[in-house]
Design a protein around this ligand. Structure first.
Ligand SMILES: *Cc1c(COP(=O)(O)O)cnc(C)c1O
Length: 425
């Protein structure tokens, strides 16, 4: 039976049989037992599906990944130990030494460092483009060896909204997939596959878990990108994998399964960034209320943004739900049911005033965390983005006075009263 999003949040990914546990069981086992070596051999050859070692696959993780897959409208998904691992695998699965990737410049600081420093060291070159670039500028960023385009639906912490359809069309013109980090929007507020994105990643550490309880990540494949049209660009998917007995992923698993199977069979096997079944269970508790919480987070974000906009001690406010925001039109298109709970703004008086304001907050806590049930607040220039110089900060859309305020699930009136007293000093 086809269901709506809220029902998928509560019940997706796991349907117990007669007499089986109602809640997803935590399979806290590293390994799985077989009667014969031949039975197990088939699993190793990817000829039969089944479990043999939790680094590769675990039933608890698979149920939770299946729920996220349903929420995004994909064909296959995998959990990773963190959002960073998800971002890395999503790109490294199709790009290697000598390849090139186009990325939005306004991405999460950790992702920027992963791409610009660590993956560059691995021989993968990135060209960063503004999400507001012209079509000509976007076009000019592609090279012969470009293998993917990457961006965030709502960028953390710049809060730019990506024109997913425009970036997807550009990627597809060049025969490469668009990978979208959908962490801040979650599938409740935006489903990038409906706008042409091919692969979605998440830091499930944020809204999906939602309670600050477990670090995790997820990758979902739409199954729509036809790798076999570009076998020379994607040899890893379209030619035999000698490290897996000559399996050709697109032939054996089809477009719907090739990308995630390869990421599991090769990257998870070799890098091992698996999520623990315990954490997957906790993540699922968060997912069960994601649709209810995202509504409240988004409403609180809207109310706080409107309050800050009218405050005499606030220099500027960035929130795509404000009618005069630069990204309002894109938000109306891609996020019609609410943006998210994260608002950024500049305190009048710059860096010093921002630091003093942060000290006076009573309800909002200073944390590097974001998108949590409890309101939290951060000054990125002195924390998450401190490795960047001023020009890089500018390109990432983070000014030195920027305060990122992540509305939790508290009463908006209390958050506003707290902000007001801290701003007035
Ligand atoms: C936090 C975050 C990440 C990294 O996720 P971790 O779970 O902390 O590894 C990636 N992308 C975005 C948008 C994030 O907010």
């Amino acid at each position: 039976m086809s269901t709506r999003l809220g029902t998928k949040c509560v019940q997706g990914g796991y349907t117990p049989g007669n007499g089986e546990p109602r809640q997803i069981p935590i399979i806290q086992s590293t390994t799985f037992k077989y009667d014969t070596s031949e039975d197990m051999g088939k699993l190793f050859d990817l000829e039969a599906s089944g479990y043999f070692y939790t680094r590769l696959q675990n039933p608890t993780n698979d149920h939770v990944a299946a729920k996220i897959c349903e929420l995004e409208g994909g064909t296959a998904a995998m959990l990773t130990s963190s959002g960073q691992a998800a971002s890395f695998y999503s790109v490294f699965n199709i790009a290697s030494c000598g390849d090139h990737v186009v990325s939005s410049s306004t991405i999460y600081g950790g992702t920027y460092n992963l791409f610009a420093v660590t993956m560059k060291r691995m021989g993968i070159e990135f060209t960063f483009v503004s999400p507001d670039c012209t079509d000509e500028e976007l076009e000019a960023a592609f090279k012969e060896n470009t293998k993917a385009v990457f961006g965030e639906t709502i960028a953390n912490p710049a809060l730019t909204v990506l024109d997913i359809e425009r970036f997807a069309k550009a990627a597809h013109r060049h025969g490469v997939p668009l990978i979208i980090d959908n962490t801040f929007a979650t599938p409740v507020n935006c489903r990038p596959f409906e706008w042409g994105a091919d692969i979605v990643t998440h830091s499930t550490t944020k809204y999906m878990d939602g309670h600050g309880a477990g670090v995790g990540g997820c990758i979902v494949d739409s199954g729509k990108f036809d790798w076999t049209k570009y076998p020379d660009k994607f040899p890893g998917l379209c030619t035999p994998d000698e490290s897996y007995h000559g399996v050709t992923y697109t032939e054996r698993f089809g477009l719907e399964g090739a990308y995630i199977t390869k990421a599991t069979a090769q990257l998870m096997r070799d890098f091992g960034s698996i999520q623990s079944p315990q954490n997957a269970f906790i993540l699922n508790l968060g997912l069960e209320s994601l649709h209810v919480r995202m509504k409240r987070h988004s409403e609180n974000g809207q109310a706080v943004a409107e309050f800050l906009k009218s405050h005499p001690n606030v220099e500027w406010v960035r929130f795509a739900g404000l009618p005069d925001d630069k990204y309002y039109d894109l938000a109306q298109k891609y996020l019609p049911n609410g943006v998210c709970g994260v608002v950024s703004f500049g305190v009048k008086g710059g860096r010093k005033a921002a630091e003093a304001f942060m000290k006076r907050l009573k309800i909002a806590a200073i944390e590097t965390h974001v998108a949590d049930a409890r309101t939290c607040c951060l000054h990125p220039a002195s924390a998450t983005h401190r490795q960047m110089n001023d020009a890089e900060l500018e390109a990432a859309g983070v000014s030195p006075d920027l305060v990122r305020y992540s509305c939790g699930l508290e009463d908006a009136k209390d958050l506003i009263a707290d902000l007001d007293q801290a701003l007035r000093g």
